[in-house]
Design a protein around this ligand. Structure first.
Ligand SMILES: [Zn+2]
Length: 204
């Protein structure tokens, strides 16, 4: 039985090896050597392949159009004209300047005019843009823009709070410091009381 399981794992590993071209693995080995490591030691032997595959996953968003998640809308909203808010959605991304992790949470809201989407779609839009190389400001703006374009709501508000690996683990080394970015459109931008309401619902 044990053998059988091992064989299966082996088959999976072999498959993975084919997916990562030699030149990509060699690039990772070069980087490892450059930082003072020995890529041939046992613990690192399979690291170039794993690292490359992990990066494909981190950058999966390039394979999709995040806005497409908003294509299927419901127009019968039974007169619902109040705020829809998905709060504190955890996400991971990577900064385009250091390829360091960005981890945080996003709150996404819109005030529908006549179209709503399944609530999980808002998170899918976020992840579609987050699984790319990003800066937090652009991520915030892209999520807001996709909702604005596809749902044509009366307003949209996106607030993202995140920690940047390039700040917490290197450079100024300031763990625990979060960066907050926001993008407001429509009524949440133009109308003071709408803005106050949405920011307080989000906990800001
Ligand atoms: Zn960075």
């Amino acid at each position: 039985m044990n053998f059988f399981c091992n064989d299966l794992e082996g088959a999976e590993l072999d498959q993975g090896a084919e997916l990562v071209p030699d030149e990509v693995q060699e690039a990772v080995r070069t980087l490892l050597r450059w930082v003072g490591e020995n890529p041939e030691r046992e613990g690192l032997r399979d690291t170039p392949r794993r690292y490359a595959k992990a990066w494909l996953e981190y950058c999966q968003g390039y394979e999709e159009d995040p806005g497409a998640h908003l294509a299927r809308t419901f127009e019968e909203v039974a007169g619902y004209d109040e705020i829809v808010l998905l709060k504190d959605i955890p996400f991971h991304s990577h900064c385009e300047h250091h390829l360091a992790p960005i981890t945080g949470k996003a709150s996404i809201a819109y005030l529908p005019k006549n179209r709503v989407v399944g609530i999980s779609k808002l998170a899918r839009v976020l992840h579609g843009y987050a699984r790319r190389l990003q800066i937090q400001e652009r991520l915030t703006a892209e999520v807001a823009q996709a909702i604005w374009d596809h749902l044509q709501p009366a307003g949209v508000a996106v607030v993202i709070e995140a920690q940047h690996g390039c700040m917490t683990g290197r450079g100024v080394k300031t763990p625990g410091v979060g960066m907050v970015t926001s993008r407001l459109r429509g009524c949440f931008l133009d109308d003071k009381s709408s803005r106050a309401e949405i920011l307080s619902l989000m906990g800001y």
